[in-house]
Design a protein around this ligand. Structure first.
Ligand SMILES: [Zn+2]
Length: 179
């Protein structure tokens, strides 16, 4: 809050609370120095909450700058908790793909690859065989580059291989499995 916002809040407080006189310049400077990082809207909420509270009803103590700062800190903590909980809930809603979904995606990729090969003029049977081979080697891990099942083989620099579908030893494992 800047000085004029603090003056407005203190005006409200002195109107509500008979124990608080209208602020003079010194009081204003003191409060402004203590509340410079508290947003004006939050200070208004804090004043309202304080003068409606059990504590005020019982003690009739005037509100102090520390009450405004305390209110603002609690509010920031609660807002942070709420954001954190919302993120947690959103995270739980994003469940990882299950095996069935992964298979559907992999089959889709194989079909697209086969279709592309056909439209490029390749022999349909050959294209199908390619897609089948891709499915077969994708099902096993690569003993050479350690690509996991479902992941492409990686060449030097960590890029997927471009000249061959997979490392020969992976193809060997895949064909040994299908034979
Ligand atoms: Zn590999």
């Amino acid at each position: 809050m800047n000085r004029s916002e603090v003056a407005a809040i203190l005006g409200v407080i002195s109107a509500i609370d008979p124990k608080v006189p209208a602020p003079d310049e010194d009081v204003l400077s003191m409060w402004a120095g203590l509340l410079d990082d508290v947003p004006g809207g939050v200070a208004g909420e804090a004043v309202r909450a304080y003068y409606r509270s059990e504590r005020y009803a019982q003690t009739r103590e005037p509100i102090a700058p520390g009450d405004l700062v305390g209110y603002w800190r609690r509010k920031r903590r609660e807002d942070a908790d709420r954001r954190h909980n919302t993120e947690l809930r959103a995270h739980h809603r994003r469940r990882p793909l299950d095996d069935r979904q992964l298979c559907t995606i992999r089959d889709g990729v194989d079909q697209v690859a086969a279709t592309l090969a056909i439209t490029k003029g390749a022999d349909p049977e050959h294209a199908e065989a390619d897609a089948h081979a891709r499915r077969a080697y994708r099902a096993v891990a690569c003993p050479y580059c350690k690509a996991r099942p479902g992941d492409p083989c990686l060449g030097p620099g960590g890029r997927p291989l471009s000249r061959q579908p997979a490392h020969p030893s992976r193809l060997d494992v895949a064909f040994a499995n299908t034979a």
